[in-house]
Design a binder for this molecule. Structure first.
Ligand SMILES: NC(=O)c1ccc[n+]([C@@H]2O[C@H](COP(=O)([O-])OP(=O)(O)OC[C@H]3O[C@@H](n4cnc5c(N)ncnc54)[C@H](O)[C@@H]3O)[C@@H](O)[C@H]2O)c1
Ligand SMILES: O=C(O)CC[C@@H](O)C(=O)O
Length: 409
């Protein structure tokens, strides 16, 4: 698939799931005007039909971008996940089709960490049940099962961006922090890495999960793990809904084997705010249920809108893939007055030689070139002068292993 950079007015951006207006501002300031922004997610046939003329797509966590969706999206060049998680995207299928995917790996970490800390305090004070009773005219004034978080042990599972930031905030409130991670991590402050999940579950008063959705994290908290926790302990999950088995959690809470839980993410989440939320956790006292809003603060969404839109603009304008989550990372300084050739191909021997043979054959002078590979895909950016662009495009289509190429400027 080969194409020359289009007039910016013809490059179509589709933003789904209520992405912050900052994104539209960034795109407009960069000269893009063909932008459609929708409040909800799309799925199945509706999504594929809508993508027919879309070059850049923005989504959050609801829109499922499967291999089938990518196969149908012939014009798609780039995807922006306006969030941290990219588990809703088949990254491999995107790479095989030469579609670059970007996300915002840090912009909402603080929002999640703040919510988790607030929930830990609320749960250890039994606030959800007391508040609910007061709303119904009750008055549960009691210190029973109510504790300060000062001096308590916070067990963080997954000591990445969110886990590490939470660790610092929790210590400032006087908590003792332990964590479990599959990677050996430099502990911040006085936090301590424990040898395994079981040790963390045994010791922690508050267990909070901050792992990505992976085959290895699927259902990592089930009946056995819950029974390893202290009966006075609480569980918080603001990571992904596939990390905790909900039925055993509901049973443990209902049977008083755990003091409480806060859950922000669920194995099945409503597709929109109009859909009904179903969960066995509904109605259980001392359980905080939130609609996947860990990262949903105006501050975080505003920052994410800027960050991801800027990444899409850089990729569209000059082919920069810095911090892409699925393509080789390439950033070549702008070469004013030159054409730029972007070539994504199978990572097999001889492709670069063949591209350069084509360039030489068309009388092109290469003024800058950078190749990077990632797994089975390679990406080379070449700044060129001279030659006929239309002929070049035609010849590049014939280079064995070509996935997609574009000529910019
Ligand atoms: N609720 C929300 O709105 C919300 C907002 C932001 C992020 N998230 C979720 O939180 C997750 C964590 O975000 P992050 O930015 O801290 O991610 P991150 O990639 O920075 O950190 C994840 C950590 O988990 C560790 N890990 C991976 N597998 C593990 C395992 N089996 N056991 C223990 N540790 C393991 C990794 O080594 C890493 O240190 C995201 O992937 C996303 O799914 C949710
Ligand atoms: O905004 C969203 O839909 C997802 C938020 C969060 O889960 C993330 O991955 O950043």
């Amino acid at each position: 698939m080969s194409e020359t950079s289009l007039d910016k007015a013809k490059i179509k951006f589709l933003l789904l799931e209520g992405i912050h207006p900052n994104a539209v501002e960034v795109l407009k300031q960069a000269g893009y005007t063909n932008i459609e922004s929708l409040p909800g997610a799309l799925e199945g046939e509706a999504l594929m039909a809508k993508l027919a003329d879309v070059h850049f797509l923005g989504i959050r966590s609801r829109t499922q971008l499967t291999a089938e969706v990518f196969a149908a999206a012939h014009k798609l060049v780039g995807v922006g996940a306006f969030c941290i998680g990219t588990n809703q995207i088949d990254l491999d299928a995107a790479r095989q089709q030469g579609v670059a995917v970007f996300n915002a790996p840090y912009s909402n970490t603080r929002s999640v960490a703040e919510l988790v800390l607030a929930e830990a305090i609320m749960l250890l004070r039994g606030v959800p049940a007391k508040s609910q009773a007061a709303h119904q005219g009750g008055w549960l004034k009691s210190a029973e099962n109510s504790h300060e978080i000062r001096g308590k042990t916070l067990g963080i599972v997954g000591y990445g961006s969110i886990g590490a930031q939470l660790s610092v905030l929790a210590e400032a409130l006087g908590m003792h922090v332990i964590f479990h991670d599959v990677v050996t991590k430099l502990p911040l402050g006085n936090a301590q890495q424990v040898p395994n999940l079981q040790a963390l579950l045994r010791e922690a008063d508050v267990v909070t999960l901050h792992v990505p959705e992976l085959p290895s994290t699927q259902w990592m908290i089930g009946a056995a793990e819950l029974s390893a926790m202290k009966p006075s302990g609480v569980l918080i999950n603001a990571s992904r809904g596939t990390v905790v088995e909900i039925e055993p959690l509901a049973e443990a809470l209902a049977a008083g084997k755990l003091l409480g839980a806060a859950v922000d993410v669920f194995p099945v989440e409503p597709k929109s705010n109009k859909d009904q939320f179903q969960s066995p956790l509904r109605g259980i006292p001392n359980v905080i249920l939130t609609p996947h809003i860990g990262g949903s603060t105006l501050e975080a969404q505003a920052n994410i809108g800027l960050e991801v839109a800027e990444k899409l603009v850089k990729y569209s304008d000059n082919g920069t893939t810095t911090s892409s989550v699925n393509l080789p990372e390439v950033a070549l300084p702008a070469h004013p007055g030159k054409n730029r050739l972007l070539h994504i191909h199978r990572n097999v021997p001889g492709v670069l030689t063949e591209i350069n043979r084509v360039l030489t054959q068309t009388g092109v002078n290469i003024t800058g070139q950078f190749l990077q590979t990632r797994g089975d895909v390679g990406y080379v950016v070449s700044d060129i002068e001279g030659g006929d662009t239309a002929e070049l495009r035609h010849l590049l289509d014939g280079v064995p292993g070509t996935i997609r190429s574009r000529v910019l400027f």
